[in-house]
Ligand binder design. Structure first.
Ligand code: TYM
Length: 330
């Protein structure tokens, strides 16, 4: 039996280059050899303030982009989280096997509550147990994610092991799949900060649906360093980030990238990085435009994906309900 891969993206803000390099690119490759299950995690989105109409629109945008990038409903199960109620149901059970202190230590919870002190809701606090439920419902072996999700995955592993030890083996304990290169893409204008969908500094974020001119402008303005060597080095976060992006988009290694651009000016290098990205994203944008105009097709993909996911999820959930002692009348 091929192993199971699970991952999800949260439709808060628009998809950006970090999502592509850290997660989506691997998700596409993994479909060839694994049972892959991929989710638009809309229930995670409401842990921060969001406009309902925006969330609904973005959910379709994300599904269309999943497909445009090459996720294939014939090969993978693609669905929207809120369409499969078992996610919320398992999350409740897992909440009861997660300690307050463990949830309180989560870096993203601390950062988000610091950034937005007037909305530190319980959902934000319990975010990692919902994420654990996502993964554990499908007994995923592997979870392709960026570095920023590593701590959440570790909590999912801890909770799975705790549940298995308390009862009997129930959940597969999942492993993360992280890129050697590109597990954390930085903001082009502030290369010491992670590139994020909702960054204040949107000019330093390349969105997957940006047009060619916008992409080129953002790369031309990317912050680099004072000397002119194109090498990866800790004191060169800007140029290191651009080398990483080039390497992923052109398919050549970091070392080869450094060699190829030896002696080339920063201005010329930035143009070439921009072009590599534009070449990959142009067909994605075109495909996205076709798909987003076809709501009936997107609805069909969502419905069929939810049915397949529900089938697997309900089996795991009924096992869990039995183990914790919930009476089952049939
Ligand atoms: P989200 O939606 O913030 O990000 C989606 C994926 O993109 C990765 N990523 C990055 N990778 C490299 N560099 C960056 N700058 C960068 N920014 C984002 C993230 O690590 C992630 O893999 N909680 C998750 C969604 C989620 C999930 C799950 C993931 C919900 N349930 C279950 C895996 C398994 C999130 O908010 O990711």
């Amino acid at each position: 039996m091929p192993k199971t891969v699970y991952s999800a993206l949260k439709p808060t803000g628009d998809l950006q280059l970090g999502n592509y390099i850290g997660a989506l690119n691997n998700m596409v490759k993994l479909q060839e050899d694994y049972n892959c299950i991929y989710t638009v995690a809309d229930m995670h989105s409401i842990t921060v303030d969001c406009v309902p109409a925006d969330l609904r629109k973005r959910t379709y945008d994300f599904m269309a982009l999943f497909l445009a990038i090459g996720l294939d409903p014939e090969k993978s199960i693609l669905f929207v989280q809120s369409h499969v109620p078992q996610h919320a149901e398992l999350a409740w059970v897992l909440n009861c096997f997660t300690q307050y202190g463990e949830a309180r230590r989560m870096t993203q919870f601390k950062e988000k509550s610091h950034k937005n002190p007037e909305n530190v809701n319980l959902g934000l606090f319990a975010y990692p147990t919902l994420m654990a439920a996502d993964i554990l419902l499908y007994n995923a072996d592997y979870v392709p994610i960026g570095k920023d999700q590593k701590q959440h995955l570790e909590l999912a592993r801890t909770v799975a092991e705790r549940f298995n030890n308390r009862f009997s083996p129930t959940f597969t304990v999942p492993d993360g799949i992280f890129n050697k290169v590109g597990a954390k893409i930085q903001n082009l204008l502030d290369p010491t900060a992670k590139m994020g969908k909702t960054d204040d500094n949107a000019n330093g974020v390349v969105f997957l649906l940006d047009d060619a001119d916008t992409v080129m402008r953002k790369f031309r303005r990317a912050v680099t360093d004072s000397d002119n060597r194109i090498i990866v080095a800790p004191d060169k976060p800007g140029i290191s980030n651009l080398i990483t992006i080039y390497s992923v988009f052109s398919g050549i290694s970091v070392a080869e990238t450094e060699k190829k651009f030896e002696g080339v000016s920063y201005a010329e290098f930035k143009t070439q990085v921009g072009e590599a990205v534009v070449n990959r994203l142009a067909p994605v944008r075109q495909k996205y435009n076709e798909l987003i105009a076809d709501k009936a097709y997107l609805n069909k993909v969502m419905k069929e994906g939810a049915e397949k996911a529900s089938y697997i999820a309900s089996k795991t959930l009924s096992k869990v309900y039995r183990k914790v002692g919930f009476a089952q009348y049939k």
